[in-house]
Each structure stands twice: as C-alpha cells, then as structure tokens.
Write a protein that binds this ligand. Structure first.
Ligand code: ZN
Length: 66
C-alpha cells in the first residue's frame, strides 16, 4: 500500500499590517467612529486580500454607538 501523497499543506496565511481606515477620515466609511482626539493610528494584522480594516477600538465604538 502506497501512502497517499495528498497531504495538504496548509499555507500559512500571510498577514500584513494595516492601519485602521479611520486613519484617513476623508476616505473612511466609519469616520464617525474615529477617536475624538483625531485619526486612529491603530494597526491591525489582516490577510493580504484585505485593503481596509477597522480596528477593534473603532469597531467597538461603532457597536456601542459612542
Ligand atoms: Zn481605529
């Protein structure tokens, strides 16, 4: 019996560091959830295919409505 060679190698999904889209309030869809003190400078690790991200801070702000 031959061993199957179909061992799937799960490719480590490449991540990149992306700044919260609220860093640019002019293009952000979520600008109203940006920090009161100014543009958000939070970084988030995302997949390569992602080009916009909202950090957890802004996300939670949008969730609480504050
Ligand atoms: Zn943010």
């Amino acid at each position: 019996m031959r061993k199957s060679k179909s061992v799937k190698r799960t490719k480590p999904s490449e991540l990149k560091k992306l700044m919260c889209q609220n860093n640019n309030l002019e293009t952000s869809k979520w600008a109203k959830y940006a920090p009161i003190e100014g543009p958000c400078t939070e970084f988030v690790m995302v997949g390569q295919e992602v080009d916009r991200v909202l950090c957890y801070r802004c996300t939670s702000r949008s969730a609480t409505g504050k």
